[in-house]
Design a protein. Structure first.
Length: 444
């Protein structure tokens, strides 16, 4: 083994000097110059999409914003182009123009709230590079019998912990993807692949998670959309009523004279029921200090809500409290060590692994390499056999038919094979492969 190591180092030195000699001074300066440093949004693990160099963060379904904006803007454009023209003629000049101006400004306000809700960090929790130690904090751990490793094997991170909130015990869960205990009212969004603080829900119309940092703007957007629908609905009816008074006709003839008003009445009536019902539901959640996730999952109406502090304090918590700063600076430059940490946690032995996939070579819960299974050991052995077997076949063309096969024991193994063999406690790959090759290969 010592001779093999010396031979490998000698060859590496020879090859290294020859390759180094092939490059000019300018080429070496380019190779030695460190590459451009990456930013946080470029190595982000979640499914979010970033715009303007990380200044805006959207969900993976951010394209739904185009549909949402169209559903808001197109009816208002039709209202201003067809309905408001009659209103300007029927009302005094200043009042008619004021009706149109309010509709336009209201639409701009609603679309602005939509973009603010969709393009800001909803409250993403920082991920851990390594799982926490069980004794890191004073929480009361609750070990589950279904948790891997709880019955046998090394101890693992408990799946839940109990925390005391307003005199009531609340269980918080461990997130295997983010490798942390989620704070109270935090949940992992499977669409964005992030843990979000005070997670309410993932809104497909907004294309973003609704959490602690954008819930206020989301409610303002939904309620403002409701008022915009009622505004267009009301003045479309006013336009129909004015037509009936001027032409002394019934409702159907008035609708024929202004069909756009009839279409807007039907459209805004249906939309007002949808967004109005959503506004009423979230107003109830705000008054009782619940989230949509908690209301559907825990049913606090059956048991006491540990977060309810009274209607007045609950409303003040949403609208009067200071919005916390984002825990991420997506435009911050990532150092070399940090950028490699982003990628190394999802790669094992050259095979990319998804956070949601089972990991056989890397223990997510303990953050340490486990023993290699039987299938992995067979794959490793087959790679060693193929490398050494190829070298032996190449030598067959230059040596006599009855050559001494014991000389193969002195052939050096590839450096990467030696590293893998040493890592898993195996013998030298050349020795084990030699014993297998001698059996099936017969040159006689």
């Amino acid at each position: 083994m010592k001779k093999d190591d010396d031979l490998v180092r000698t060859r590496e030195g020879m090859y290294g000097r020859s390759m180094h000699a092939q490059h000019s001074d300018s080429d070496r300066r380019i190779m030695d110059t460190p590459g451009p440093s990456l930013r946080v949004f470029q190595v982000w693990k979640g499914n979010n999409k970033f715009c303007f160099d990380g200044r805006l963060i959207f969900g993976p379904d951010g394209k739904s914003l185009i549909l949402t904006v169209s559903l808001i803007a197109i009816p208002v454009i039709l209202f201003c182009a067809f309905v408001s023209r009659r209103l300007v003629d029927m009302f005094p000049y200043q009042i008619g123009n004021l009706i149109v101006a309010i509709a336009v400004l209201f639409t701009v306000y609603v679309v602005s709230l939509l973009l603010i809700t969709s393009s800001r960090d909803p409250g993403i929790i920082l991920r851990n590079l390594h799982p926490p130690e069980p004794e890191d904090d004073g929480y009361i751990s609750s070990m589950s019998s279904e948790w891997p490793g709880s019955q046998s094997g090394p101890p693992t991170v408990p799946p839940t912990k109990d925390v005391l909130i307003n005199g009531m015990i609340v269980k918080i869960k461990y997130c295997q993807t983010c490798m942390l205990y989620r704070p109270p009212r935090c949940s992992h969004c499977s669409i964005c692949n992030n843990c979000v603080e005070r997670f309410d829900h993932h809104c497909p119309w907004v294309g973003q998670c609704i959490g602690r940092r954008n819930y206020r703007f989301f409610f303002m957007f939904v309620s403002s959309t409701t008022m915009l629908c009622l505004y267009v609905f009301a003045f479309s009816w006013v336009n129909i009523m004015k037509i009936m008074d001027v032409y002394h006709c019934d409702l159907w003839r008035a609708l024929v004279k202004s069909p756009v008003s009839g279409v807007l009445i039907i459209y805004t009536f249906g939309a007002a029921w949808f967004v109005g019902g959503l506004t009423s539901f979230h107003l109830y959640l705000i008054c009782t200090n619940q989230t949509t996730y908690e209301n559907f999952r825990y049913r606090y109406k059956i048991k006491m809500n540990p977060y309810n502090r009274g209607c007045f304090h609950n409303i003040a918590e949403i609208f009067c409290s200071k919005i916390p700063r984002s825990k991420h600076n997506f435009r911050e430059k990532v150092k070399g060590d940090s950028s490699s940490a982003f990628t190394n946690s999802t790669i094992s032995l050259g095979h990319p692994m998804s956070p949601e996939m089972p990991k056989t070579r890397y223990d997510v819960e303990m953050g340490k390499r486990q023993a290699v299974g039987a299938e992995d050991l067979e794959d490793l052995q087959s790679q060693i056999d193929s490398v050494v077997g190829l070298g032996s076949l190449e030598r067959c063309g230059t040596q006599p038919r009855h050559s001494n096969w014991d000389q193969k024991a002195n052939w050096p193994s590839a450096p990467d094979i030696q590293v893998l063999a040493a890592e898993f406690g195996m013998e030298d790959g050349s020795t084990t492969s030699r014993q297998k090759i001698e059996g099936p290969i017969d040159l006689k």
